[in-house]
Design a protein around this ligand. Structure first.
Ligand code: F6R
Length: 609
């Protein structure tokens, strides 16, 4: 995820900016840059690569100035490159901006500006904001920022500099974090607290829609209508390590809590305002082209493979195309029957998993059309595939994947709706129903995350078990696979997921008194059958934790314990049902004293076969 820092005071800005940016490195980035105001001009230095590359560039050529902004970029629009790095400026270089987030309507704005004679250097959405500032400059920096905010849609934290009006930085945010640090005769801006705690612990957190004008001695906060807002200052008492984790004990927990935002970012711009269509502006498929596809392969590893299993149900049920899901390391060697009438979708958080990359190459070699679903812009898999759809989960640091998985599920759902829409296999009413439901998901997840006490209790109670089973049918089975993997990889409890109807064909022999069995029962079409399977394990004295939709009294009657997810559509249930499974795994691992973020023998990015 991108990082932002800003400084205004009496000291040289660059040393603080570089130090602050280094404190944000843990978030992951692919390029870095700074902008400093001096004697009527703003000097920008930026480059692709690590912060060290920028430092080398600045060596012996350090721009002077006591007001500046810095940025570490995690590419979203446009691959990692020198020109795509932030800060961005308008053509005159007088308006400079750094940005985290996504400007959803940037393409339309860019075309309007181009028609007015603006030329753009980068592929980014951010550069549009700098050009809007110069196009609509009213003679008043603050007013212009407000005017521009009225034009842009999406999620952002933004810091602006204006050479015409030095002595102030203006910043604002919507759905992206931004904090202000208060010093003596100097003030600081950052996207995250670790960047500033070496300088000050007096901070306040910006809220959505607030605009702060930051001078060296003052910070003035207002809303877009100019109404002043008084902010509550708080003293940060976290140490640097805790600050990196945003006050959470582990990155995994932080990332679990980031899921509402990751979902919001991933759906941004992909749902029609009228709620009746899914939009993938990055895909140029036509109904005719899609007619030529008679089979889809989904290929991935681990958690991403589990997202693929969910995707199979979605695509087959909604778009009515036959789908095979393959583990990437198997796909390559099983002589798959695949040709130009097939679409191969590979899913990979990192975009670097070698098995998935090689499978993608094999599918291409066999003539298939290819599409990558990945979280990392410009990654090897993104470059290799014919087409790419990005998840906007932000960097995932914990080895155990959480927010990447839920955004992958969301993309698989949106893709299946999109294909169904092109193939006319779904009604507009059904699309509308789903889109309205999808929009509610981030808030529903947010609410679930506010109430995790019950899950902590179950994790403590059953954390000493050596085995656990996860059962479900249909989409619940697909989610069960992920629940078992999460528990295994971080708590080292042996866990297995079974299609609930399959248990009696052998594995029921392992169900003995006291074994925890997590039964997912969110799918209405197979609900009664799932309850029967639940009774089979209950009859062997297993301890059953049921996961069902709010109001499901029957599940409560049959299971020992129940965790409810908010009532939602059957296709949306996986996005919510996995939450308790992630948290169960997390708290079970804590109970057992495991190293949650770095489980034994595992690595975040697997680049060996
Ligand atoms: C499990 C996990 C792994 C990855 C797998 C694929 O929590 O993170 O199973 O899902 O190694 O990685 P990517 O998605 O980067 O290709």
């Amino acid at each position: 995820m991108c990082g932002i820092v800003g400084y205004i005071g009496d000291k040289q800005a660059i040393p603080f900016l570089l130090d602050g940016m280094s404190k944000l490195e843990y978030r992951g980035y692919d390029s870095a840059g700074v902008a400093v105001y001096n004697k009527g001009k703003i000097c920008i230095e930026k480059c692709v690569g690590r912060l060290e590359a920028l430092k080398q560039k600045l060596k012996g050529n350090m721009p002077e100035g006591t007001m500046g902004i810095g940025h570490t970029r995690w590419a979203t629009h446009g691959r990692p490159s020198d020109v795509n790095s932030h800060p961005h400026a308008d053509s005159s270089g007088e308006f400079v901006v750094v940005h985290n987030g996504i400007i959803e309507n940037y393409l339309g704005l860019k075309q309007d500006l181009q028609a007015k004679g603006h030329t753009f250097l980068s592929e980014t959405d951010t550069e549009v904001v700098a050009h809007l500032m110069s196009e609509y400059y009213t003679g008043d920096f603050e007013d212009t920022v407000k005017k521009v905010l009225g034009m842009i849609e999406g999620s952002y934290s933004l810091v602006f500099m204006c050479a015409k009006e030095p002595g102030k930085l203006i910043c604002t945010k919507k759905s992206n974090p931004l904090v202000i640090g208060l010093g003596n005769g100097e003030n600081f801006i950052a996207s995250d607290i670790p960047a500033i705690i070496a300088k000050t612990r007096r901070t306040f957190i910006m809220s959505d829609g607030e605009i702060a004008t930051v001078t060296k001695d003052n910070v003035w906060v207002q809303d877009i209508n100019g109404t002043p807002i008084s902010k509550k200052i708080f003293e940060v008492n976290w140490n640097a390590e805790a600050a990196e984790k945003g006050g959470f004990e582990h990155f995994m927990l932080k990332e679990i809590y980031e899921q509402p935002k990751a979902m919001r970012d991933t759906m941004l711009g992909r749902l029609a305002k009228t709620n009746d269509a899914v939009v993938f502006s990055e895909l140029n498929w036509t109904p005719e082209e899609l007619k030529g596809i008679n089979k889809i392969f989904i290929v991935a590893c681990g958690t991403a493979y589990h997202a693929g299993v969910v995707g199979k149900y979605y695509i087959e049920q909604m778009a009515r195309i036959s789908v095979e899901v393959d583990i990437a390391s198997e796909f390559r060697y099983r002589l798959p029957i695949i040709d130009g009438n097939c679409l191969c979708i590979v899913i990979s958080q990192s975009g670097e998993t070698i098995d998935t990359l090689e499978a993608l190459k094999e599918a291409k070699r066999l003539g298939a059309r290819t599409l990558a679903v990945t979280n990392v812009v410009g990654s090897s898999i993104a470059r290799e595939a014919d087409q790419v759809v990005y998840t906007y989960a932000g960097p995932e640091i914990a080895v155990a994947s959480t927010k990447a998985y839920t955004t992958q599920l969301l993309i698989m759902l949106l893709l299946s709706m999109y294909i169904a829409q092109l193939r006319n296999t779904v009604t507009v009413d059904r699309l509308q129903e789903l889109i309205v439901g999808i929009r509610e998901i981030p808030e529903q997840i947010h609410k679930m995350l506010e109430n995790v006490e019950q899950i902590k209790i179950f994790a403590t109670k059953y954390g000493s078990s050596e085995d656990a089973f996860f059962l479900g049918r249909s989409l619940d089975y697909a989610v069960a696979l992920e629940g078992a993997l999460k528990l295994k990889e971080i708590s080292y409890i042996h866990a297995e997921a079974y299609a609930a109807g399959e248990l009696k064909h052998g594995t029921l022999a392992l169900i003995v008194e006291g074994v925890p069995v997590i039964v997912l029962a969110t799918q209405p079409d197979v609900y009664e059958k799932t309850i029967s399977n639940l009774q089979e394990v209950k009859a062997r004295d297993a301890v059953v934790i049921g996961i069902g939709m709010e109001g499901d009294k029957k599940l409560a009657q049959h299971a020992d314990h129940v965790i409810y997810i908010p009532k939602t559509d059957k296709y949306l249930a996986p996005l919510e049902a996995v939450l308790p499974l992630q948290l169960l795994a997390y708290y079970a691992a804590l109970t057992r004293g495991c190293d949650v973020d770095k489980p034994r023998n595992l690595a975040k990015s697997v680049t060996v076969e």
